[in-house]
Design a protein around this ligand. Structure first.
Ligand code: PEP
Length: 281
């Protein structure tokens, strides 16, 4: 992926008709956690109306509190994939936390006739779960979105990406999602999007930003999405190639991370601002 200068392998790739490289930009908006088929369908409908062909959908949720909603897991996959196909969604980013989830996703896709594609997401808590990295790297059907570890060095996170490549999968996108600090509010994490050009210089991976998990809230005030948008604009102006963003038809009722989810009414403004920031890059 570029850590070794004599390695000439290509890190740009096309998956299910969507091209990923250090030169383009895709938005993956969607549910942090899949809750019910109605909300999944509503999300895909809105994305289609806005010309989007990618989405995020969380089925296996890694939660810091064991009493919090843990995700519907394999049970929701068939309807998520079928509905994605119905609305022309070609790639869904979906976190996995265990290697058996890869097989479950494969089986669910087959069971409904492969109507869409999946990008396996490895979350910040698993950036150094080396056995999971190796398992994801050994499969070559799905590209991988690897989150930066929130409490380790950039170098260590880039080495995690190399674990995927050395096992055989170099279709990897590297995602910045903020770092833990002891500073507390206003942002849940310290936004690290100034590292977009650094990662692009050090590697050949396309770079994603996740403003939702970095900032932790969509609004500076109830009717403005400024905090979220400032962070997004910073990342896009810095050259980001992908944006992972939480989006829910009714954030107050979201089972996970509602306060950081955009609403359908905000999607138009969000995409417009992304386009302006992209022009400024
Ligand atoms: C997520 O994207 O749903 C998520 C949990 O992100 P992170 O691993 O960055 O916390």
């Amino acid at each position: 992926l570029g850590r070794h200068r004599d390695d000439e392998r290509e890190a740009a790739f096309t998956y299910n008709g969507v091209e990923f490289s250090q030169d383009n930009l895709h938005v993956f908006a969607g549910l942090c956690a899949v809750d019910n088929p109605q909300n999944v369908e509503r999300m895909f409908q809105v994305l289609q109306q806005h010309g989007q062909t990618c989405a995020r959908m969380g089925a296996y949720k890694p939660r810091t509190n064991p009493y919090s909603f843990q995700g519907h897991g394999a049970g929701c996959l068939p309807y998520v994939f079928e509905l994605a196909g119905k609305y022309g969604i070609r790639v869904i980013a979906m976190e996995i936390t265990h290697d058996r989830h890869i097989e479950e996703i494969e089986q669910a896709l087959e069971s409904v006739g492969n109507p869409t594609g999946v990008m396996l997401q490895i979350g910040t808590r698993n950036t150094q779960n080396f056995e999971l990295l190796k398992a994801a790297g050994r499969q070559t059907r799905f590209p991988i979105l690897l989150k930066r570890g929130f409490g380790i060095t950039l170098e260590e996170s880039l080495n995690a990406a190399e674990y995927l490549a050395t096992e055989g999968n170099s279709q990897v996108i590297f995602c910045l999602r903020g770092m833990k600090t002891n500073m507390g509010d206003p942002h849940r994490n310290f936004v690290d999007f100034a590292h977009v050009p650094v990662v692009k210089r050090l590697t050949r991976m396309p770079v994603c930003i996740d403003p939702s998990h970095s900032v932790g809230s969509r609004a500076a005030s109830p009717d403005r999405i400024m905090d979220m948008m400032h962070a997004t604009a910073q990342g896009v102006i810095s050259g980001a190639n992908m944006i992972l963003v939480d989006f829910h038809p009714d954030p107050k009722r979201a089972l996970v991370d509602g306060p950081q989810a955009l609403t359908p009414d905000e999607m138009h403004q969000f995409l417009e601002d992304v386009a302006i920031a992209r022009d400024a890059y």
